[in-house]
Design a protein around this ligand. Structure first.
Ligand code: THU
Length: 131
C-alpha cells in the first residue's frame, strides 16, 4: 500500500461524511503496521461539540477493533489546498506514536508527508505522565 493509494481511500471515505452543519467533507485512511486499513469520515452533531473528525473516527475504529500500531494516516477534504489535521486530532495521533506518517492531500491528488512529531512539536505525551 503506497501513500497515493491510501489517499485515494481517504478521498473515498470523505463521501460518507455526515456534515449537515459545516458541509465540509473530510475523509481519513489509517494504515496499521500489520497492513490493515481503517477509514473514517467526520460525523457532526447538533450539539456542535459532539462532532468527531475523520482522523479520530478512523483511529477509534482501529483501536476498538484491537489495532493500535500505526504506520500512516492520510487525510482528504473539500479544500483545494492540503488538509492538515486539527489540534485535537494531532494530539490523538501522537498518542499512538510520534513516528506516524501524516499524509496531507489536496484536490489535485498531490500530497505531502510529515512525521507526527513535526506536526506536534513540544508535545504533551504519555511519557510526561510517567515522570
Ligand atoms: N474536521 C475533520 O474532520 N478533520 C480535521 O482535521 C479538521 C476538521 C471536520 C470537523 C467538522 O466536521 C468540519 O471538519 C469543519 O470543522
Amino acid at each position: 500500500m503506497d501513500y497515493k493509494e491510501l489517499l485515494i481511500l481517504a478521498e473515498k471515505a470523505k463521501e460518507n461524511a455526515y456534515v449537515p452543519y459545516s458541509k465540509f467533507h473530510v475523509g481519513a485512511a489509517l494504515l496499521t503496521d500489520e497492513g490493515k486499513i481503517f477509514t473514517g469520515c467526520n460525523v457532526e452533531c447538533a450539539s456542535y461539540g459532539g462532532t468527531n473528525c475523520a482522523e479520530r473516527t478512523a483511529i477509534f475504529k482501529a483501536v476498538s477493533e484491537g489495532y493500535k500500531n500505526f504506520k500512516a494516516i492520510a487525510i482528504a477534504s473539500d479544500l483545494n489546498d492540503y488538509t492538515y489535521p486539527c489540534g485535537i486530532c494531532r494530539q490523538v495521533i501522537i498518542e499512538f506514536g510520534l513516528d506516524i506518517d501524516i499524509i496531507v492531500g489536496d484536490s489535485n491528488k498531490e500530497y505531502k508527508v510529515y512525521k507526527a512529531s513535526e506536526m506536534m512539536p513540544y508535545s504533551f505525551t504519555k511519557e510526561d505522565l510517567d515522570s
